[in-house]
Design a protein around this ligand. Structure first.
Ligand SMILES: Cc1cc2nc3c(=O)[nH]c(=O)nc-3n(C[C@H](O)[C@H](O)[C@H](O)COP(=O)(O)OP(=O)(O)OC[C@H]3O[C@@H](n4cnc5c(N)ncnc54)[C@H](O)[C@@H]3O)c2cc1C
Ligand code: FES
Length: 254
């Protein structure tokens, strides 16, 4: 598929939690994406040339729409938060390799902070039994989007909701078991998830959220250490934007 930069009409862009925005856009090609893929979002301000990678949170194939949920972090996401319905945004996608929808009987979906959005489309796609474990610093968002899709368990750093501690603490405290883990979140969380999967003796698919530049596999700004040599560079690297962002835990070193 030839993926090019395209214009997408903004249908909705509203704040849903402190600093977190929910945006629906219209674009046929991206609405056909797989869970775990992402888009590169371009800024209108010419001083910000690099696109911002944002996971596809949800798709509505029938209406050719897709959803992004993002946290305002720096200037790029701040600019995005000011875009109004009816305006357009330049996007490229769908990019990367998403989650492998393999046979499992009980999936454990783990999302940490801004790693939670791609879990919505994944939870809608997986047909097996699901336990969704969501980790927040404090303010909760997207919890209701998982209603009816599986059991939802919450962990917060400050203990304001659910288990006080990490997603791993919540899994241990609630004796959650399954036969496949799917996770997206910050690297320290993914490190803990990888270890947990090893202890449980089950496979884990991890979606990495590292810094990116080109987003299309050309600049090597986003490589992670891999067990096997990469065809492109002939070293033990994998490009997160191209071969990832989702990898099986045994493929990569964190
Ligand atoms: C595959 C993938 C999926 C992501 N999905 C989401 C999501 O669904 N929701 C969300 O809120 N955030 C997501 N992020 C993080 C998001 O890309 C950054 O928060 C965003 O690029 C910050 O841009 P900024 O201009 O606001 O910040 P700045 O710090 O000003 O950005 C400066 C430069 O660094 C890059 N950058 C900064 N932080 C990150 C980061 N964590 N990851 C990658 N590049 C970064 C920016 O793209 C930009 O080129 C994802 C990152 C990746 C790699
Ligand atoms: S961001 Fe350029 S190769 Fe991945």
């Amino acid at each position: 598929m030839n993926i090019v930069k395209q214009s997408a009409e903004v249908i909705r862009n509203v704040q849903i939690s402190e600093g977190v925005y929910d945006m629906w856009l219209k674009n046929m090609m991206i609405s056909q994406s797989a869970p775990g893929q992402f888009v590169s979002v371009y800024c209108k301000d010419g001083s910000r040339i690099l696109p911002r990678p944002i996971s596809i949170c949800e798709t509505d194939r029938q209406n050719k729409r897709f959803r992004l949920v993002y946290r305002v972090l720096g200037e790029g996401t701040k600019e995005l938060s000011k875009v109004k319905a009816g305006e357009t945004v330049d996007v490229m996608g769908p990019l990367g390799n998403g989650f492998t929808i393999s046979d499992c009987e009980h999936a454990i979906l783990i999302g940490g902070g801004i790693g939670i959005p791609p879990m919505v489309e994944l939870a809608k796609t997986l047909k097996c039994k699901k336990t969704v474990v969501l980790g927040f610093r404090d303010t909760i968002f997207l919890q209701n989007d998982f209603e009816g899709l599986g059991e939802v368990v919450i962990a917060t750093d400050d203990g304001s909701a659910g288990t006080k501690g990490t997603v791993i603490d919540a899994i241990n405290q609630n004796n959650i078991v399954g036969d496949m883990i799917f996770a997206c979140g910050p690297t320290p969380m993914l490190r803990g998830v990888k270890k947990l999967a090893e202890q449980m003796g089950i496979p884990a698919q991890l979606s990495l959220e590292e810094r990116m530049a080109c987003g299309i596999g050309a600049c090597l700004a986003c490589v992670c250490k891999s067990k096997e040599k990469d065809e492109h560079t002939n070293v033990n690297n994998k490009r997160i934007c191209k071969e990832g962002p989702v990898f099986f835990a045994h493929e990569i070193e964190l």
